[in-house]
Design a protein around this ligand. Structure first.
Ligand SMILES: [Zn+2]
Length: 351
């Protein structure tokens, strides 16, 4: 027998009250919502029974059904808000940051004196219109020796014994190879442009490491090639470089020397910053400290690299980066530069 609509409504009221009271989580909440509020719910079906209700009672019956629906909706909403708040609190609790803990500090690295001085020297030469080229650490016999006028039987090779990767491939003993590359690049394209370049980089030699020697060291080589370049241009450039790096009061002195890739060749000394040239233990009583080797580019080197020495001339120089850093910053042991001891780097900072 079909249920009386009024009785059915009463039954839903009771069942929904029990169901609402037993909501514990989102799952049971959804069950209540589906059971009492969906289109297929008993509460929706009950409206279809309206035809069985006497006319005078239709309005109040409809009102009761709507009130019950509203009541269930409100309760479901209340529970839903309650769960949402609870979930939010749990999430906040889980992600809570303990602001009483001390923060983690990140130590910043310090610039190594090697790179500090490379930057400084590069800036000086850039301001004179030089180009900075790094070159390759691994090169071959041709670029490291032959093109620099050091053939296979040359005694200079003994002084530059290096690390060989194969018979022909080696770690460079000087950065001059980059200069030969530059000249050959230009001459092979038939663009004999003037060259003004420096090449800072690491070089390698088979040396036993001690306070003044290292198997790995930094070198900056410079090359200028153009028409009418003389030793006077070399002296002027180096004088300016030394004064910018060590101070206006420093003087340079050129002494005759020998290198295979320059002719004539000179050793360049800088007046001692410690005694101002009077003579002290730092300069071994001479008033000067040797800093670099230089000279006019050997015509044979120009020729091998495609520049006609009857038209072009040039000068070249090579200076040890570590040596300059030692002199400028007063570092007592060359090994400090590459052992990367943060205590040393901290001491160096601000010099
Ligand atoms: Zn001195």
């Amino acid at each position: 027998m079909e249920k009386n609509p009024l009785e059915a409504l009463e039954a839903i009221k009771k069942e929904s009250a029990i169901a609402i009271a037993s909501i514990k989580d989102r799952l049971s909440l959804n069950e209540v919502r589906n059971r009492f509020l969906s289109k297929k719910s008993e509460l929706s079906a009950i409206m279809g029974m309206m035809k069985d209700i006497p006319n005078e009672m239709k309005a109040s019956f409809g009102k009761s059904v709507n009130e019950l629906r509203k009541y269930i909706e409100t309760k479901v909403k209340e529970k839903e808000d309650e769960f949402a708040l609870k979930e939010l609190n749990e999430k906040l609790e889980k992600e809570k940051i303990d602001i009483t803990l001390p923060g983690r500090s990140y130590e910043r690295g310090k610039i190594n004196p090697y790179y500090a001085i490379v930057d400084e020297i590069s800036e000086i030469f850039l301001s004179l219109g030089f180009e900075v080229v790094e070159g390759d650490d691994i090169t071959d016999d041709k670029f490291n020796f032959e093109l620099l006028n050091i053939p296979e039987d040359h005694p200079a090779r003994d002084m530059q014994d290096t690390f060989y990767i194969s018979q022909n491939i080696l770690l460079r003993t000087q950065t001059s190879g980059a200069q030969a590359h530059k000249m050959i690049d230009n001459s092979s394209k038939n663009e004999l442009k003037p060259i003004k370049m420096i090449c800072p980089g690491k070089c390698y030699r088979r040396d036993d490491d001690d306070a003044t020697h290292s198997h790995q060291f930094g070198q900056i080589e410079g090359l200028v090639v153009d028409k009418g370049i003389s030793l006077a241009d070399l002296k002027g450039t180096l004088e300016l470089f030394v004064k910018r790096l060590f101070g206006e009061k420093r003087e340079i002195r050129l002494r005759s020397s020998y290198f295979p890739f320059t002719e004539p060749s000179v050793e360049v000394d800088v007046s001692c910053s410690h005694c101002g040239g009077k003579g002290c233990s730092m300069c071994k009583g001479t008033g000067y400290i040797e800093i670099l080797g230089a000279g006019e580019v050997n015509p044979k080197v120009l020729e091998m690299c495609g520049y006609d020495p009857k038209i072009y001339s040039g000068f070249a120089f090579g200076v040890g980066i570590d040596r300059l850093a030692i002199l400028k910053y007063g570092i007592d042991d060359i090994r400090r530069i590459y052992t990367n001891d943060v205590r040393f780097l901290k001491d160096f900072e601000g010099k």
